[in-house]
Design a protein around this ligand. Sequence first.
Ligand SMILES: [Zn+2]
Length: 586
Amino acid sequence: VAALLYVHAGEQAARASFVDEGRARWATGLAAVLEKHGYLDARSCDVAAARAEIAADPPAVVVVGRLSPEEWAPELAETLAAGRFGVLLEQPPPQLHATLGIDAVPPSGHEGRLSACEPSFAEGVRRRSGGTVAKISGPLSRPIAIEPEMRWQATAAPIDEDRARAWNAPGWSAQRWSVAAPTTVLAEWQPVGEAATPAIVRRGRVAALAVELLAYLAQAHSAAPSLGPQHSNWPRAVAAEAMLLELIDSLHATVGATRLRIRPWPHRRTWALNVRHDVDRLPSRRAVAELLGRHRAAGTAATLYVRPRHLSTSHRFVLGAAVRTLLGSHAGEPPRAIGNLPRRPAQGPIRALRAALGRPDIELALHAEGMWAGGAKEVEAFTRAFGRPPVGASSHGGPDCFRFQGAPNVLWAQKMGLDYTELIVHTHTLPHRFVDLRADGTVAVERILCLPHHESFDRPGAVPPNGAAAINSRLDLWRQTGGLLQVMNHPDLNLDELFAFLAELPRDGRIDTTAADAADWWRRSHVGDELELSSERSGATRLWSRRGVEGIVVEALSPDGRERTFELSLAPEQSTTVTVDPWAAA
Ligand SMILES: [Zn+2]
């Protein structure tokens, strides 16, 4: 049983689109977005199975991703018309336009702004995201220095150029609608340089999207392999996500169903803070001890991402890195400064780091350098040095390193068995599983968790020299969205300023956590295979946990807008039932 059924074109259509058009059908990845927001009471199926799924067990809301006219099963339109559930259609087919009061659908440019305009819809979007306008666009890119043999194409990364191109192609389109009363316009679409037209509309229990919002959001939870030596930045998607959630919630209310979701953090906690230390240069033993002592005094939790060149005791490993650094990668490149040469690591600081291994507030993780170019050896060096493998990794930004190149980084971390990694092409505020464009052209939600983009406290050479003001200006966003804020600082810079800043951060509702603990919590509480949530029309809601979870908060939103919460703990493979409002006879 599930309250939300998500219908997509299916794997065969995805493979055909990939082969024939060189494009991905991203919308299948929407599952990662829904579970990220705790909407675990959802299931998906392809269009061929939709009618039987709906008949067997009518959901509260059916969401249908864009289907081409040939892909639309004629009976599906009848089933949707006859049902008593809410319906959200992404670019509905011509045969449904009259029902929806849509008059014309010429295509528009795919980049622009979605603005919530209907007052109560706009208020809901603002409450969730702090704004009412979502920029819908691909990334802006800037060049970065990276040596040719470190580009993913030159390494063992298992991705070919065709797949990389499809991954980079915009996976959504937009139409310019005109609509007739009594259809309500909830949001408008303004393509770059053009006038605004209706984009999210609604008539009764049916809502429709002129912009492929579902595909856009799914693609925004992936990261294409960089085509050139560049770093890419997508616009923040939080307002676009808020529009989708607001639609889903209001459709539940329209048909008299209570909407359930899992709140982001444990009971009484509403946002999370982690201090991310990139250990680019190994501090002295004393400095390590002082850093760890300051975290204990401040009550903060930190993850130290350690560069593997500080860890390996193998002469060959150190020598290889030294030769690469000194000679450069190819003829004609100037040798680097002697000061940057890797040395055999000092054992004192490593021992000081090792001493922190038992502390719940300190995590040691990998600041990876080679990834698909020798990264497995780095994981081994880490494991030897600390007696346990890393749980997660970030990438060091040196030009002789792999740096961040999108999907190759994430897929490498997954292959190494890591639990989490970074995803710095997007600025989400919550962790989520990675949306992958697989080699066969299908889109899948992978196991690995992507942490939100960190906020940099260090800003070497910038004015002001630290990020306190910038982070404070976005603090409301982090708190309002229940985000995992990772404040990044190199532990040999600005320590006094950093701890002064941390001391001023609000403590209300805050959970101080390492990245590993945040990822563990997230997997137990926000991943569909780990926590199951299913509701019935009678109001009985069943929860089941694979490995156990403590203090999850189930939020029930009644059709009248009343919000109640249930706090629960579940033992491994235990299920429990809570009773919320029965669905009204819609
Ligand atoms: Zn670094």
